[in-house]
Design a protein around this ligand. Structure first.
Ligand SMILES: [Zn+2]
Ligand SMILES: [Zn+2]
Ligand SMILES: [Zn+2]
Ligand SMILES: [Zn+2]
Length: 1240
């Protein structure tokens, strides 16, 4: 009952005077069949003849729903006027209509249909129950009953209130109702007059019915997601498609009825009469269907008409925009229409979404929706089986009957019923009061119990022995947590529905006090447990990063960038409390079963969530907090396993992209919940900041305001958990094949294309058949040809015969699907329109084109949106890719077609000859192309492509087959990126995005670090103005250099702490060395030159063993050394072995005792790698303390500075040319196609 109660009618009241209908007192207003009687005429001869007639009648009715013809049913109607009379007898008192959709000529018969639609929800549960009973007797109908039940549940979840969908469901219901007649056949093996058993006769029909139910539900799902304006403009087209189902259900029902009448022995005349009745009703249903538009649809339709009708409106963006702003005058409707807010990616504004929806034919839209729908269907199916297991009824639950004496009568739980009744609460009560009353009630029960033990009290306590422990937690201290659990929407009030939802959702083995205790403390304790697991997984992911195969490094970093910080905001925000361990056992069964439920849900969708409703099916009803952490844990657990695979195998680039996208959907749910709470708190006039500090154990506190937490000031001292990754401790039996959703990148290089035309292809429409097969081709951009690589795909017909599709992989490795339809224009030409949708990251594109006369070329215009389809494309069929690449660019054809064709032929035959001869020049050319392509790709990835590069790209793309480019991309993915881009880090001096070396001030910044690019001017700049500047940043501040891509918020704290430590060590060493040098000079003036130091070092310890500490020791003992240490170190550059002089750099990534120094001039070359010390290690700058020495030294240091300046100037000149290139790359981006990654 509560399940169905959710389906609320939110449209304006249509029949205010018919409350009776809502109480379910009227009979279901469908045609009531006379109960079959087992007697019947068994006149064999006449029966045979009559059977023929009846068969014919069924055959007539069996029109495919594609070819629905209005006239047919009308004929039947004329013949059977009495059918209408029969319908009229069922008319109830629905008289006064005030709704604008009411029309004057609405017949009584139609009112019956309307009634049927309106009371649908009340009638369905009963029907499903009855069908279940029949299915026990005749298991073969189970398949249809199951589908029907799932589809009904899904419809209820959608909370849609579209009358058209209502009509379809009413028809579906009528069809299923026909199956109830099976009740009277006790034996499914009973043989009918023609020798067939009922099962044999009906099995196939039932199967088809199940399919129709599913496809109808998919159509409804698709339709309901359409925007209002689309429903209006494309109303008639959609009507046509949806009407098909009404017809199909009626036909199916007729077939059922007929088959049954043979077995039940109704008599053929009777059977015929019934069939006609069905036809009679169908016409009325169809009429009603056409009129079933909401007032707002009607209002908008009038507006569309005023603007020149659907066709005119569709082509006019301004008008569409205007119509989009339409708000129905008859408002005060609080809409919960899923279609009006579009989910995350795709971006696009309203207009482009509407245009896209207008572009698709219903058939195509339905086809596109199929995958999502099937997933939902499966999830719902699972949920229903779960529900059977879960058993909602608890012992002692009250049976709700007619409500007579007050709202409390509707409460299912006996305890709360008693409380509610005693308190004389109305339909709702303040959450706080509710919890207090609850506490008092249980205290009182405890008292009663104690008194009873002492034999004082007679009345029995409502409290069990095993629940006593729970009372400790039903207390004022837990008021917040308990009221949140019952008051799901945080409105501050508890309603009866909420109470019932709360009590019935508890596991069967939980008593109410236990359940309350779970929400008082158990949820928080469990969340903390999952948080600990999440934190551990992240710690291991980060420590695993150096082990990741270079080819996967980008994907891994992108993933962490996309998900870590947001999840960490949540996990860090949840308050920490210690609970006794014993408490954990009390809840463990529930916690485990919840995790199990979530895991199964995720497995059904293969851990890939790509829509909000899929997510809510997995999470289950209610607020997101309930299952947030376990869900995140399960997702991360799987992603962690993918990380492990990433160490050794090259994974598909979309694998982790999808994984992070899935987590982002979960976080979207968090955002939605947060926003809802924010609005609620504001409405309650409480301070959201304070409220978030208590709500859900502070879960949303940092989400609400994360500035302090993520500020550099906090990060300087905040330590994220670190764990060492040890593979031996991990599961060694992970089935990688099951884990990954895509084949590993190296596996799908040579996919054998499946180009064999299928049977479905043969049955397709003529126009579709014309374009089936494999196509190769190019797309142009406005200024160049081609844009991107060669595209190849093989078109097959879709199941509906009227559209076509293809699945393929782009040369860059991302899979895409092509889906399309056609229309015949007035002049007879066929226009093909199709879309290409990538599985990830790349924008969807639209194509409209025609086939040329010889049937070889499909060409037209394409674009990223329907507004802008202005660049050309052409695809060729039956032309080998090797030939296509010899084709000159279109511009040449335009200039001189003959010459271009001649050129084409010549190039191809030359290529072909060289290829056949295995000519060296041919292979050299190909090798050079590959090398060049890879270089270009590298620059492209780094956003450094120049105009020239883009032109070269176009040339190479045109000259390379699909297979060639696919190889290039795979090679490119394997190559390690030489220089990192620091995401979202910009130079505080010049404002450029920092790329390669990032210089960070160790002293400045409270909100964020002060960062500089390595340009000398920037490194030596002074920054006075920034919002979080306390004192100006000076060039003499301590600096560090980061040359790897760090995840700023996670790692900067550690880096800064290590840098401070390292700098201290370096300074000590430098001071000691300087002291030693001074003493040298003092004692042995003249003989101890630098040269000799170096020689000494060379002989004492070979500088060619680079991994050894660069701490050379003097090979003579200094007699004048007064230091307690016998030796004084001479510090040398790890690269050039010169004695180090400040400024210099010190490595903080190498082990402490390695003490790696790099001199300024070596480091300027971009980081040196010697032995274990890598060029990517982080360095701190050691700057000479401000000089206070005598003039002699000053002279020296001035010389040094001049020398340093000179090297800086030379470095500057080389930098300038790079800046130039950078600027150029900003001007032109080849990569219109390769946009959108996790960053935004
Ligand atoms: Zn800069
Ligand atoms: Zn500074
Ligand atoms: Zn050096
Ligand atoms: Zn190092």
């Amino acid at each position: 009952m509560p399940l169905f109660g959710k389906h609320k009618d939110t449209s304006p009241p249509e029949e205010p005077s018919s409350p009776a209908a809502c109480e379910g007192q009227t009979a279901p207003p469908t045609i009531a069949f006379p109960q079959p009687t087992l007697s019947g005429d068994n006149d064999d001869l006449t029966t045979a003849k009559k059977l023929d007639d009846a068969f014919r009648s069924v055959g007539d009715a069996k029109q495919g729903f594609h070819k629905y013809e209005d006239s047919k049913s009308r004929k039947f109607l004329n013949k059977s006027g009495d059918a209408v009379n029969l319908l009229q007898t069922n008319v109830t008192t629905a008289q006064s209509y005030s709704s604008p959709m009411k029309t004057v000529y609405e017949s009584d018969a139609m009112k019956v249909v309307r009634e049927g639609v309106n009371t649908l929800i009340d009638n369905l549960p009963g029907l499903i129950k009855a069908l279940d009973e029949v299915a026990k007797l005749h298991p073969f109908i189970g398949i249809a009953v199951g589908a029907f039940r799932v589809v009904v549940e899904l419809d209820i979840k959608r909370r849609d209130n579209d009358k058209k969908i209502g009509v379809l469901f009413a028809e579906m219901k009528d069809m299923m109702e026909a199956l109830l007649q099976l009740r009277s056949i006790k034996d499914e093996e009973a043989i009918g007059p023609d020798g067939l058993t009922i099962k044999a006769r009906m099995q196939e029909l039932v199967k088809q019915a199940a399919d129709e139910i599913k496809s109808c539900a998919n159509a409804c799902d698709t339709y309901s997601k359409k925007k209002l304006i689309v429903k209006v403009i494309k109303g008639s087209v959609w009507d046509g498609t949806l009407k098909g189902f009404i017809d199909a259900f009626a036909n199916r029902r007729k077939a059922f009825t007929f088959a049954l009448s043979i077995h039940i022995g109704v008599g053929v005349d009777d059977a015929n009469r019934k069939l006609k009745l069905i036809d009679a009703k169908i016409d009325i249903v169809l009429e009603f269907f056409a009129k079933a538009v909401t007032p707002e649809q009607q209002e908008l339709a009038a507006l569309v008409q005023k603007k020149g009708g659907p066709t005119a409106v569709m082509g006019d963006n301004d008008t569409l925009k205007e119509l989009l702003k339409f708000k129905p005058a008859s408002t005060t409707i609080t809409k919960r229409d899923g279609a009006e807010h579009k989910a995350h990616e795709g971006g696009g504004d309203d207009l482009s979404i509407v245009k896209e929806e207008l572009f698709d034919s219903p058939e195509l839209a339905i086809r596109k929706n199929l995958d999502i729908f099937e997933r939902k269907f499966k999830m719902q199916q699972r949920e229903l089986t779960e529900e059977v297991k879960r058993v909602i009824h608890h012992e002692g639950d009250r049976v709700i009957e007619a409500v007579t004496s007050g709202p409390h009568e509707r409460i299912i739980d006996p305890d709360i019923h008693a409380i509610w009744k005693e308190m004389r609460w109305p339909g709702h009560v303040k959450a706080r009061h509710f919890v207090l009353a609850l506490r008092d009630f249980y205290r009182e029960q405890l008292e009663i119990k104690k008194r009873k033990i002492h034999g004082v009290e007679e009345a029995a306590s409502r409290l069990n022995d095993q629940d006593e422990w729970a009372l400790e937690y039903i207390s004022l201290a837990r008021l917040q947590a308990i009221s949140e659990a019952v008051d799901d929407d945080a409105s501050g009030f508890v309603t009866i529905a909420e109470v019932n939802q709360f009590t019935t959702s508890r596991p069967k083995d939980f008593s109410l006090p236990q359940w309350i205790a779970y929400w008082a403390v158990g949820w928080h304790m469990t969340s903390q447990d999952y948080r600990a697991k999440i934190v551990d997984i992240f710690a291991k992911m980060f420590s695993m990063r150096p082990l990741i195969h270079p080819a996967n490094r980008n994907a891994v970093d992108q993933y962490l960038r996309a998900v870590w910080r947001k999840i960490c905001t949540l996990t860090s925000s949840l308050v920490t409390t210690t609970y006794p361990d014993s408490l954990r056992d009390r809840f463990s069964t529930y916690v485990e079963s919840e995790e199990q439920r979530l895991r199964e849900g995720l497995e059904t969708v293969k851990y890939d969530i790509d829509a909000m409703d899929t997510l809510s099916l997995i999470m289950g009803p209610g607020r997101v907090e309930k299952t947030l952490f376990p869900l995140l844990y399960l997702l991360l657990r799987r992603d962690f396993e993918i990380f492990r695979v990433c160490r050794t195998r090259m994974i598909h680039k979309d694998e982790l992209w999808d994984a992070s996208d899935t987590i982002l959907y979960v976080l979207d749910a968090v955002i939605n919940r947060y926003n809802d709470l924010l609005v609620t708190f504001k409405q309650q006039k409480v301070d959201p900041a304070n409220q978030f500090k208590v709500h859900a154990s502070e879960l949303f506190d940092y989400w609400h305001d994360d500035e302090d937490f993520w500020s550099l000031k906090n990060l300087r001292t905040y330590e994220f958990k670190e764990l060492d990754y040890n593979d031996e401790e991990e599961d060694q039996n992970v089935d990688v094949g099951k884990l990954l959703n895509y084949p590993a990148a190296d596996d799908d290089l040579y996919v054998v294309p499946n180009d064999v035309l299928t049977e479905g292809d043969a049955q397709a429409d003529e126009a579709v058949r014309l374009i089936l097969g494999r196509w190769h081709g190019f797309q142009a951009a406005s200024t160049r040809f081609p844009m991107g690589t060669m595209i190849t795909f093989c078109l097959h017909a879709s199941a509906d015969h009227g559209s076509y599709e293809a699945g393929a992989v782009g040369a860059h490795g991302t899979a895409f699907t092509v889906l399309g339809g056609y229309r015949t224009k007035e002049d007879g030409t066929i226009e093909y329109s199709f879309t290409r949708t990538y599985a990830a990251r790349i924008k969807k594109s639209y194509f409209v084109g025609t086939l040329d006369e010889d049937g070889v070329t499909l060409s037209g215009k394409w674009g990223y949106s329907l507004e802008k389809m202005d660049t050309a494309f052409w695809f060729k069929r039956g032309v080998a890719p090797e030939i296509l690449v010899a084709r000159p660019p279109p511009a040449e054809f335009e200039e001189n077609k003959i010459r271009a064709l001649w050129n084409y032929a010549l190039t191809y035959s030359l290529d072909e000859a060289r290829r056949r001869l295995y000519s060296w020049s041919y292979f050299k050319e190909r090798r050079d192309m590959r090398t060049e392509y890879l270089e270009l790709l590298e620059r492209e990835v780094d956003d450094l492509s120049t105009e020239e590069d883009i032109a070269r790209f176009a040339y190479l793309d045109r000259k390379s087959t699909y297979d060639d480019v696919r190889c290039y991309y795979i090679l490119q993915n394997y190559r390690q990126r030489p220089k990192p881009a620091h995401f979202d880090i910009y130079c505080d001096n010049c404002g450029d995005h920092i790329y390669g070396t990032r210089v960070v001030c160790m002293e400045c910044g409270t909100r964020f670090t002060f960062d500089f690019c390595e340009k000398p001017a920037c490194v030596s700049s002074e920054i006075k103005s920034r919002d979080d500047v306390e004192a100006p940043h000076l060039p003499t501040h301590d600096l560090l250099k980061i040359r790897t891509n760090i995840l700023h918020h996670r790692e900067i704290g550690t880096v800064l702490r290590n840098a401070t430590e390292g700098l201290k060590r370096a300074k000590t060493l430098l001071e000691r060395a300087a002291k030693g040098a001074e003493e040298d000079e003092a004692s042995e003036s003249g003989s101890g030159s630098d040269e000799e130091h170096k020689d000494g070092e060379a002989s004492g310890q070979s500088p060619t063993t680079p991994s050894s500490p660069k701490l050379a020791h003097r090979d003579f003992s200094d007699p004048s050394d007064s230091d307690s240490e016998a030796e004084v170190p001479v510090l040398t550059c790890v690269s050039c072995s010169e004695t180090i002089a400040q400024p210099c750099w010190y490595c903080i990534d190498c082990p402490e005792d390695a003490n790696i120094f790099v001199c300024q001039s070596c480091d300027e070359k971009g980081g040196v790698t010697v032995g274990d010390h890598l060029g990517t290690h982080t360095l701190v700058r050691c700057l000479e303390p401000p000089a206070e020495e005598d003039s002699d030294e000053e002279q020296d240091s001035t010389d040094d500075r001049v020398a340093a300046l000179e090297t800086q100037i030379s470095a500057l000149t080389s930098q300038m040319s790079r800046i130039e290139k950078l600027l150029q790359s900003l001007v032109g981006g080849r990569t219109a196609e390769l946009v959108v990654d996790g960053e935004a």
